[in-house]
Design a protein around this ligand. Sequence first.
Ligand code: FES
Ligand code: FES
Length: 153
Amino acid sequence: MTITLNVNGRDRTVASSPDTPLLYVLRGELRMNGAKYGCGLGQCGACTVQVDGKAVFSCLTPIAALPGRAIRTVEGLGTIDKPGPLQKAFETEQAAQCGYCIAGMIMRAQALLDANPNPTDAEILAHMDGNLCRCGTQMRILRAIRRAAGRPA
Ligand code: FES
Ligand code: FES
């Protein structure tokens, strides 16, 4: 049995069983390694991607739930040569140490900015609460999101 997923605007047919978490399919079958495996339990946010514009934990989302829905990963925001505005803001603010949490952080932040292009600091902090950074770059991440929203970082 195969399932067709729309990833970053492109239909991808995958052979994984329907109960397989999206994260495993992205990394193992589609070789898209942006989203990271952290806890596997919906507690760290390293695996965050968007589904229909909402941030979701891909480690908890079976692919059976996803045909016909728009999946967006960090690979869909830009490239190393042409980073998207939010990726560029993270780079400018040097908002990473080990980098493990960053793809998830960016995808959760992008979901916020898509829905609310001018969030307050309180809205940013509340929205980002589900994503953890064990390196302690939270203030730089906040500055990067402010910058991407067009506010002084
Ligand atoms: S790996 Fe999905 S929330 Fe931690
Ligand atoms: S930069 Fe290392 S976990 Fe966030």
